[in-house]
Every structure is written in C-alpha cells, then in structure tokens.
Design a protein. Sequence first.
Length: 74
Amino acid sequence: MNDKFKHFMAGAIITLIVGAIAHNVIYGLIASMIAGIAKEVWDYMGNGVSDFDDVLATLQGAIIGCFVLCVWWW
C-alpha cells in the first residue's frame, strides 16, 4: 500500500472518529492535522523519512472526512 494513501486514510479515519464523537467536523480536522504533523516531526527526528507531501495527503483525507460527516449529518 502506498505511503500517501496510508496518510490519506489516516486523515479521513481520524476526522471521522473525532468529528463523530465531538459532533464537530472542525475538531476532527484539527485532530487529524495534529496527528499528521506529529508523525512528520517524529520522522524528521530520525525515525523515518519526513515528507511535506505526507502532511498534504493527511489533509486531503481529513477534508474528505469532513465532507462525509457533513453529508451524514445533513
């Protein structure tokens, strides 16, 4: 499985879970971005390969997660 796809899915899943629990898509989006940035900082500290495109893939997944929640609640 492609690394960017894993980041995309993680962003969507975190957004869906946190957003559904908090009943607020913004909280889900924020939680997803914190997780994505924290992962890249972890990689940058010598535990992997840091890549800004991974953060963008996480953001894309988070945006799709926000969209899904909004449609679900509509």
